[in-house]
Ligand binder design. Structure first.
Ligand SMILES: *Cc1c(COP(=O)(O)O)cnc(C)c1O
Length: 364
């Protein structure tokens, strides 16, 4: 069935192992973040076998699918009150920033006779989730420590997501300091100081990650072999673990400029076209409903993606050295996060797990 997304487990495992060796240099634990591929259980099971300390996802529905796996499960997105029951049932640790929600988690944990671990999020300037004000955070700690079915295991932060703020010695150093203040003031030990996502790897590689951070949560670095602060590839990782295959449904010579008065396209945008004369165009059976077309590259380098509507993707195959026919399958490497996310989320894309090392490691 096409379109089909092939997920190369062997390559992903290699990347996990490679990243763990980078994290090991500073004794950091690793949470693998599974949300981009909807936590496909076979993938998570395979890649979490060795080296991995936690499994993390932003959605409780994804963690629910992984209950047979033994590793502690982290819910990354601060919970909705309406899902508190599922949160304490299917996750071992949740990230939080609202005391009302924590009270509810406490009640639900009490109902099932469990102690639920929480991490309080600190906003260091990226302005997504977390306490921005240290005094407010400290007051919350007081309240949390009184709850019988909640255990505060640490604090964490998230950067380079909404505000695109880079991790630095200063901001992450600040996180470690806040943790120390909490430990001293409340006479507790925080074992979990979470220093961010794939954008923190560059600090680690430069030996600048502040001491006191105990773990990182890695998604993209594993999936694409990329650190996300500057978008550099990480040495000795695979960058082509996700490949998309699509079937050609039409091939015709057509002008490069649409004919007639230009209005709005299927997504309400007024397009701009360059006149390249007559081109040989192919349509493949996939569209914007399934894939972020800016996130994929044809394996035939002489093919260009020229656009898509919800269910059709249009290619310029004029310069290809291959002869294509209707029904042929074209391959695309998924080169960025949005591509993995969209292809995995689309019900219309078949997911196939494969195990081999068909290409060389692309060293950069
Ligand atoms: C998505 C997410 C991550 C993983 O980010 P990557 O850039 O893919 O490594 C880590 N932490 C939180 C809170 C997230 O939401």
């Amino acid at each position: 069935m096409y379109p089909r997304l092939e997920i190369n487990i062997t390559k992903l495992k290699h990347n996990v192992c490679r990243l763990k060796s980078i994290l090991n240099e500073e004794n950091l634990k690793m949470a693998i973040v599974t949300k981009a591929y909807c936590a496909i259980p076979e993938v998570v099971e395979e890649i979490s076998n060795e080296y991995v300390d936690y499994i993390a996802d932003s959605r409780i529905k994804n963690l629910k699918k992984l209950q047979s796996l033994k590793l502690p499960k982290i819910l990354l997105r601060i919970p909705m009150i309406s899902e508190s029951k599922e949160v304490v049932k299917y996750s071992d640790i949740s990230f939080n920033s609202e005391i009302e929600t924590i009270y509810r988690l406490n009640e639900e944990a009490k109902n099932i006779n469990k102690v639920h671990n929480i991490v309080l999020m600190v906003d260091l300037g990226d302005l997504r989730e977390g306490y921005f004000n240290e005094e407010e955070l400290c007051n919350v700690v007081d309240n949390v420590l009184n709850l019988k079915n909640i255990k505060l295991i640490g604090i964490g932060t998230n950067l380079t997501c909404y505000g695109a703020i880079l991790p630095s010695q200063e901001n992450l150093g600040g996180l470690v300091k806040i943790a120390k203040n909490i430990e001293d003031k409340h006479n507790i030990k925080l074992e979990f100081i979470s220093g961010g996502n794939s954008s923190s790897i560059y600090l680690l590689q430069e030996g600048k990650l502040p001491k006191g951070i105990t773990n990182l949560r890695l998604g993209e670095a594993i999936l694409l072999g990329k650190e996300t602060a500057y978008g550099n590839f990480i040495e000795e990782t695979y960058h082509d673990s996700f490949k998309l295959y699509c079937e050609i449904i039409e091939i015709k010579d057509k002008p490069s400029m649409p004919i007639g008065e230009i209005g709005k396209d299927a997504f309400g945008k007024v397009p701009h076209y360059e006149d390249k004369g007559i081109m040989k165009r192919a349509i493949v059976g996939i569209g914007k409903q399934d894939i972020d077309i800016e996130s994929i590259f044809p394996t035939d380098e002489n093919i260009q993606i020229i656009g898509a509507s919800s269910d059709h993707m249009i290619l310029d195959i004029t310069n290809s050295e291959s002869i294509y026919n209707i029904g042929d399958i074209l391959g695309f490497v998924v080169t960025s996060y949005g591509g993995i996310l969209t292809a995995c989320t689309s019900n219309y894309v078949e997911k196939k797990v494969i195990y081999n090392l068909s290409t060389q490691i692309q060293l950069v």
